[in-house]
Design a protein around this ligand. Structure first.
Ligand code: SF4
Length: 242
């Protein structure tokens, strides 16, 4: 059940205090999912520097860029925080690849969603078991789908809060934080990759293109993989677009 007073309290304090308040109220139930994008690395730095009591996990789809794997190891070394890795169910990946091959996601939206579900959504659901507050690196400026997201929302489909500490940050603020704190980031960002996911489904973008244009670029409308899709936002009462 969404707590409007909690949202209002969070809006009046800084990010470390927001984390502490949530961790106090939901001990052991606050978890940060990172895909090691620039926003995620900002949050990682804050969690590590402030020694915040937050679980950290990531999803390895099996199709990530090598640069991302190297960044995961570098981040572990730098911040000395445990990062749990969740993999897709082996049997389901085997069945998918044996039936449809390694690149079925290029053939149809349905196939792409099937692959995202097996490699991302199902492992995410497992990772979120027992979690009450799911911390994300979402920013309003990342896409039209995200522009109305609040600092704290209710993921009705999962029955948990989503806490988006950087929701009002600009991309410039993110870059400034990474630079000021000497935070490691994915070198692909310097080659035109803005939003980085699986290697076969991510390309660099041109200046001025939508930040999410490099994801599933062969599709016209879909720029979300299902991780951040919820049936209803209890804050806005709007249907979040997939
Ligand atoms: Fe599969 Fe591409 Fe989705 Fe990764 S982004 S899970 S490779 S469809």
């Amino acid at each position: 059940m969404f707590d409007q007073h909690l949202l209002e309290t969070l809006q009046g304090i800084g990010i470390p205090e927001q984390f502490r308040l949530l961790a106090d109220r939901f001990p052991g139930q606050v978890a940060f999912s990172t895909s090691f994008g620039q926003e995620d690395q900002v949050i990682m730095e804050i969690i590590a520097r402030e020694d915040l009591p937050v679980r950290i996990f990531t999803l390895d789809t099996g199709r990530l860029f090598n640069e991302t794997y190297e960044l995961i190891d570098l981040t572990r070394l730098r911040y000395r925080r445990e990062i749990e890795v969740f993999f897709p169910d082996t049997k389901r990946v085997e069945a998918l690849v044996n039936e449809k091959g390694f690149t079925s996601f290029y053939e149809s939206v349905e196939n792409r969603k099937e692959c995202c579900h097996i490699r991302k959504v199902e492992p995410l659901n497992r990772a979120l078991k027992g979690v009450t507050v799911w911390v994300t690196g979402l920013r309003a400026g990342q896409s039209d789908n995200r522009k109305d997201l609040p600092l704290l929302e209710w993921d009705a489909s999962r029955g948990i809060y989503k806490y988006n500490p950087l929701i009002s940050w600009t991309h410039e603020q993110v870059l400034q934080h990474l630079s000021a704190k000497n935070v490691p980031y994915n070198p692909l960002h310097d080659k035109g990759f803005v939003s980085i996911g699986c290697a076969p489904c991510t390309r660099a973008i041109e200046p001025g293109e939508d930040p999410r244009a490099g994801r599933w670029w062969w599709e016209q409308s879909q720029k979300e993989c299902g991780l951040h899709f919820s049936q209803q936002s209890a804050v806005s009462g709007q249907q979040e677009q997939p």
